[in-house]
Design a protein around this ligand. Sequence first.
Ligand code: ADP
Ligand code: MG
Length: 876
Amino acid sequence: MTKKYTYLFREGNEHMRELLGGKGANLAEMSNLGMPVPYGFTITTEACTQYYEDNETINDEIKAQIFEYLDMLEKQSGKKLGDTKNPLLVSVRSGARASMPGMMDTILNLGMNDTVVETVAKLTDNPRFAYDSYRRFVQMYSDVVMGLNKSRFEKIIDDVKAKRGIESDLDLTADDMKELVVRFKDFYKDQLHADFPQDPKDQLMGAIEAVFRSWNNERAIYYRRMNNIPSSWGTAVNVQMMVFGNMGNDCGTGVAFTRNPSTGEKKLYGEFLMNAQGEDVVAGIRTPQTIDHLKEVAPQAYDKFLEICDTLEKHYRNMQDMEFTIEKGQLFMLQTRNGKRTAQAALKIATDMVDEGAITTDEALMMVEPQQLDSLLHPMFDPEALKSATPITTGLPASPGAGSGEIVFSAEEAKQANDEGRKVILVRLETSPEDIEGMSASEAILTVRGGMTSHAAVVARGMGACCVAGCSDIDMHEDEGYFVVNGQRFNRGDIISVDGSTGKVYGQAIKSVPAAITGNFERFMKWADERRTLQVRTNADTPRDAKQAYEFGAQGIGLTRTEHMFFEGDRIKAMREMIVSKTTEQRRAALAKIEPMQRQDFEGLYEAMQGQPVTIRYLDPPLHEFLPKTDEEVAELAKEMKMPKEELDAVIANLHEFNPMLGHRGVRLAITFPEIAEMQTLAVITAAINVQNRHPDWHIEPEIMIPLVGSVHELKFVKNIVSKTADKLIKDSNVDMKYHVGTMIEIPRAALLADEIAQEAEFFSFGTNYLTQMTFGFSRDDAGSFLSDYYDDNIFDSDPFAHLDTKGVGKLIKMAAEGGRKTRPDIKLGICGEHGGDPASIDFCQQVGLNYVSCSPYRVPIARLAAAQAAIKFGK
Ligand code: ADP
Ligand code: MG
């Protein structure tokens, strides 16, 4: 049997999105609900996939089905494509499974040619309308199918208007339209050295193919990558009989939402234009009227539309975004879909609809996109204040939030200004690990270089700081204390504002408003918490981050990177001493300086989490990352260590590694220098005991995590050191305290041998950043340079560091989870890579049965909602 590639609207329904695309499935559904939808048929997404399999040709089988369905459409409508008596005109519309707004273009009035236009003029007794429709068709076809930019035709229109001394398109006469058609066709011929196609069937096939092709245009590929949509889905094509909103003053076209998409208010919201065709409403050439006015100009159509809105919202159990056209007073529905909305509106609509009894709380939870919550968690610029501001430049929106302050050019300056209570924006060419403290002392970070995954971007997102990266328009003169952007000079101390949600930078102060989880948001999050089975923890290195995460609802810390604490202030010096120590005694002396600082940090973390579990990872990075970089720094350290500088230089040279990521780091450090693990245990346990004593009603059980383990023997060796130190401390303190030792699973070998490792590990935490690097064999920091080619060629659909590769890396995780549970049925399983805050990856964690996900503080609410959705989708 041959495959069915085409469906009349009446053959489909809303559940056939995968095959018919969102637009096609909903057109079918509306037809079946008895709503006035112009006849049409849908060519399936499978036809699109087949088109690519056949090397970008539409094969004969599919072609035959298209013509067969065209025939049926002609019978339904009583008109014929290209007919000289009663011609059919159609629109050709794309429609993927997931809505991809503005990604692919639509062609209207297809079927127009030099003879059809005459017939239409006669039949409607409206030559202006006929030629207007034809010139629109030439314009759209040339743009979408032949790649001749629309704007070049707009120039011709402007030219005709200027010649006639008119401003509005509405004032163009039938003769003007006729002239436009001639000039458009001439322009077409001039540019493409061929006549504008006159055979409607050729036009139709050209248009269908163009829709298929547009699936792989740059915008579409980018949009798919951002939204984790596989390239294998393909797009459907809808061929639909035209209805005309441009036939006169009893005609019109519009769009409307069943509720307000920016506030969520329960009130029809929309606009329309009389005597216009579809795209005019959004094009902004004429100013549309608000939807309530439709009551006056087309009362019958308005009443019918209200009734349909109500039916659709009830039917889809969601706010709808609809397109309609009125032809000679009669209403036609052209599209409906769940409307896009702001985060505020999403929460209001979800909670309102529950209160109205229209949907369940589960449906409400599924209605809000987790990622969207992000915009509610950061301070925002006051939208009113933004209206009157013009950006000086735009970079990449690397980390959301809003900040205004004085320009500074170094982390040092930022810190100092912050101590003095001044607000600053740190402007750098790019940032490096030493900048961390200065970054957190700034209202926002602005970098000239770097992309969305640059150091500045990753660190800023981690700490919830506002950041705009890759602002390449900026000409930096850091040493002289100024920068120039688009001819404007900004000096140290000048006030600028940075919007991390849009990437825009302003040369002035702008008022901002803070974030809080209250009202609808709070209520909604409570539903999420009741529904989810996955716990949500946070990755936090400082008490400040931990506190923020706690406020956002974190149920513990899943990862504390102890080394991040060493970059601050005097600590780096003690750390450097420790690294260059030649004897165990020297090393112990240096470690003894660090221990009280670590203890203090850990106490801060325990305090911030108020008795919830805290996982602390032992020292992980290659030691040389901490080493002094400049000659002065080396000299200073040598002096401190009472060591000749040459000797220190030699030590540093000795620590050089060819491939530090695969070098002396992680558990390997604790094996060569057991006293590091000893010191860290001392700090962890003493801190826990102190905080437990201060808060007898809390229940503190430290979780100690050993990184980069690949063999059970490594873990056993370090665990011994930990136990010896910890047990003694606990015994001496007379506090009854339990603690747990576990490991990160981040080396493939650990995943393969998880059953063995679970003999020693009481918990696993999947370090999916490193596990992804090790599984793919490329590093996150280097992959950026070539992955873009992978996306362009559809080799990868998305960044495996952003969305977990469930197929490969996921296989290792599944295997490790099973292995771990086999040995230790009550083993605790979590994930602490960047993926822990990514909704798609959280779905996977739910399916594998992990106990918790851990993510940066600002992703905690996102993860809470994503976990609730995962429980609804995959829970038992
Ligand atoms: P988009 O996804 O960009 O909205 P659409 O396929 O929905 O693209 O169509 C673009 C515009 O053309 C919309 O305003 C739509 O209502 C209008 N339109 C599409 N098909 C028809 C038709 N058969 N008759 C009249 N207008 C149409
Ligand atoms: Mg549309």
